[in-house]
Design a protein around this ligand. Sequence first.
Ligand SMILES: *Cc1c(COP(=O)(O)O)cnc(C)c1O
Length: 392
Amino acid sequence: MSRHHDEFHPPNRILLGPGPSPVDPRVYQAMCSPVLGHLDPVFLQCMDDIQILLREVFETENKVTFPVSGTGSAGMEAALVNILEPTDEAVIFTAGVFSERMLEIASRCCKTAHQVKLEWGNPVRGSDVTDAIEKYPNAKVFCMVHAETSTGACTPLDEIHQALKGTDRLLVVDAVASLGGHRVEVDKNGIDVCYSGSQKAISAPPGLAPITFSAKALEKMRNRKTKVQSWYLDASMVEKYWGVERTYHHTAPISMNYALREALRIVLEEGLETRAERHKTNHLAMVAGLDAMGIKAGVAPEFRAWTVMAAYEPDGVDELKVRQRLLNEFNIEIAGGLGPLKGKIWRIGLMGSGSTKNNVLLLLSALETILADQGYKAPGAALEGANRVYSA
Ligand SMILES: *Cc1c(COP(=O)(O)O)cnc(C)c1O
């Protein structure tokens, strides 16, 4: 018999890339529970629990809050196909791969998807929003990414809220790489549609995309003149399964919902603020450790995401070899750059249960060893740099 017929035993990697992130043993345990029918009263309770827990994590009172069956991109698609109609104009602020993906999807949903093109590595600023309101008076839906995983930039949502307040614009925010690592505060920040993914800072496996719709978003959706272009992601139908009607729409991925429920419990046991602080501290320690080695972080310091960062590869280093040795000898996954940043940066994720002091020190030591072997002369010691943050 060939290998193809053997049992599959994947290694237990330390996932420090832009996702997926390490999964807590409690979440694996939850996934082993017996599969129930998708209309079993006990599973319906589980669904109710998930909606309540999700509202707490999103920090919203929004009634329509549920996990889309699919990965983060399904959440993105669900947000845009439901909120946009063919006659609409939308504004999409792009500064990386995922905001460009939003633009691509939006352009398939509505007449005009205006691109406000920012330089990669920049966050969206309140002034960008104010300018766009003026420039595109007929665009009523504004879309942006909170933590842009391809660059490590984090958009200040309070600024965006200030700029949109009192206008009739709807705000769509991608919180795939931030929810569970940063406070997203959907209601406080006036977000109308917000979606995330299970496998980043929430630390469950990939496969579900939590989403939430404000009353203002629902009103726009209820007044649609055209049907949502996607049957599978049509929130007006999916909502009837997650709401009181319990009408079958599609079979919920039962085990993944068990996983999400447990992962959300872990998030809330820690507390959103404590968890955000943990992400921040470990991020700062990683930046300081890299800096001591002479490796620069991308993005202006005040706009760096705490969940995922860009680290500029030193000159003369074979970046692919570095990543291969990290994986093969140290069991650590990090990622390379995408698009214009390919071959320039490493993307390092410290997300959910992956954001630990232990992981920061381990990755720094491993990088130090591998770079020294490649002849790189670091100006200082990585662990000393990181420990300055931890002992502060
Ligand atoms: C990962 C990611 C996505 C896409 O999620 P998938 O689960 O890969 O489909 C979208 N937006 C951001 C910001 C992400 O980090």
